[in-house]
Design a protein around this ligand. Structure first.
Ligand SMILES: [Zn+2]
Length: 98
């Protein structure tokens, strides 16, 4: 109860609106993406539930223009540790040679 009371008191600041990734924001992003993954264009629904990537990397910036809707597969490929990813693939190359 008191939680909601505090939230109402914080109204006024416009940025607070985007502090959390709400259902309403997800809906906007999904509709803009036509309910398709913005990476591979696969349809997002039910079992293929959409994931949301923050374009500028800030998880507190949930403005629709900072979000991309992607499928779970593309979301996994988008791990920030891309350096270790390339290292791993070069390792794999070495090992698969034998
Ligand atoms: Zn995808």
């Amino acid at each position: 109860m008191s939680f909601f009371g505090n939230a109402a008191g914080n109204k006024g600041k416009k940025r607070d609106k985007y502090k959390e990734l709400t259902l309403a924001i997800k809906q906007i992003v999904l509709e803009r993406a036509k309910h398709r993954c913005q990476e591979c264009s696969k349809k997002l629904s039910g079992t293929n539930s959409p994931h949301f990537i923050h374009i500028n990397g800030s998880k507190k910036d949930n403005r629709p223009e900072n979000l991309r809707a992607v499928c779970p597969e593309c979301n996994e490929g988008k791990s920030p540790a891309s350096d270790s990813g390339t290292m791993f693939s070069s390792f794999k190359k070495i090992f698969s040679k034998s």
